[in-house]
Design a protein around this ligand. Structure first.
Ligand code: SF4
Length: 344
């Protein structure tokens, strides 16, 4: 199922107040990433894509939601609360107790946590690679998780890694990937965004829609879907899980867990986070001690290194938030202060 939210943009370029409040409510409930697509009604422009959709579906208020179901049927909701009741809550990740992995049950996962939460993370990397024997890959989702490659190399076991390339990465990150390939003598597969979804977003909204809409839609297309696609061929994965507040907030701090967000072709996945209990001091002393290749941008003041337009260097006294999606607090505040109508 694909969910499109139709929002209204006023002639002055601002979104209508009701649309902003609805988006904020979906974000607060952790449901925003289930909205696949946003289309705008432009005030005074009855040829705007959103206005045409309103006409097609006989809707005269914004926001509203169009659901394209897998069986090709279409339904329309003008009430976000009904949408949540009928669909969004039902598509939330299943409770852990209902998830069944093809290769490890919840009791075994708890046992792994007991054994490895205070152990050397390399031991857990070794355990994961041995236990899943070629069906456990290392996911490089940012520039920080290269340390996991070093640990995998030290086990002496065969391992595979892939890199989620959003298409907006820093050139320093690509240079690091080349260094890693040379240093460890491995291939690192690049996983790219789905071309159709990306082109559709770019044609409609341009390259930098996240500056107006927030990062959710762009991240979903450029980072989350490629990661989910790459994981389909795995039974388990190893990652640092520090890229992005939403991902970080939704992940438990355990070193092993049943993955509630992704599924492999053979069932639920096991997610290993060997560095879950390491702070940045420990990570950096490992990097220095073992001379792990790392991103040149750290020396320039970056604390998180994801996509080029969404990360920036910050001073040591600034919070992480200032270095990633820093414009969104202002955007939320402005949206909350707007007082406008909601008729199309
Ligand atoms: Fe898009 Fe920024 Fe998310 Fe990268 S971090 S996918 S550029 S919103």
């Amino acid at each position: 199922m694909r969910i499109t939210m139709v929002k209204k943009r006023l002639a002055n370029g601002n979104p209508c107040d009701k649309c902003a409040q609805t988006e904020e409510m979906l974000r607060r409930r952790g449901l925003w990433d289930q909205i696949d697509h946003v289309v705008w009604v432009i005030e005074g422009d009855d040829q705007s894509e959103g206005a045409k959709l309103g006409k097609t579906h006989g809707v005269e208020v914004a926001p509203f939601f169009i659901l394209d179901h897998d069986d090709k049927s279409v339904s329309v909701y003008t009430s976000p609360l009904r949408l949540i009741r009928d669909h969004l809550s039902a598509t939330q990740p299943a409770p852990v107790s209902q998830i069944v992995s093809s290769s490890m049950n919840a009791e075994e996962v708890s046992d792994v946590n007991r054994r490895f939460s205070q152990a050397d993370p390399t031991d857990l990397v070794r355990f994961a690679l041995e236990r899943f024997d070629g069906r456990c890959e290392i996911a490089l989702t940012g520039a920080e998780d290269v340390i996991l490659l070093d640990m995998a190399a030290k086990t002496g076991l065969p391992y595979r890694a892939f890199f989620v390339d959003s298409g907006r990465m820093h050139s320093e990150t690509h240079a690091l990937l080349d260094d890693l390939r040379r240093h460890y003598g491995i291939e690192i597969a690049c996983v790219l965004p789905d071309e159709d979804r990306l082109v559709s977003m770019l044609n409609e909204k341009g390259q930098n829609s996240f500056l107006q809409d927030g990062h959710a839609e762009c991240c979903k297309i450029r980072r989350e879907e490629p990661l989910a696609r790459a994981l389909q061929d795995c039974d388990a994965w190893i990652g640092l899980h520090r890229m992005g507040r939403e991902l970080a907030a939704s992940l438990a701090p355990e070193v092993a867990a049943l993955d509630t967000r992704h599924r492999g072709k053979r069932g639920a996945l096991i997610r290993f986070s060997p560095l879950a209990n390491w702070d940045s001091n420990k990570i950096w002393s490992y990097v220095r001690k073992h001379e792990v290749p790392h991103n040149a941008l750290y020396a320039a003041g970056y604390r998180q290194i994801g996509c080029q337009p969404c990360t920036r260097p910050i001073r040591p006294d600034q919070p992480d938030r200032e270095g990633l999606w820093w414009w969104e607090d202002k955007l939320d505040m402005e949206n909350g202060q707007r007082q406008t109508g909601d008729g199309i």
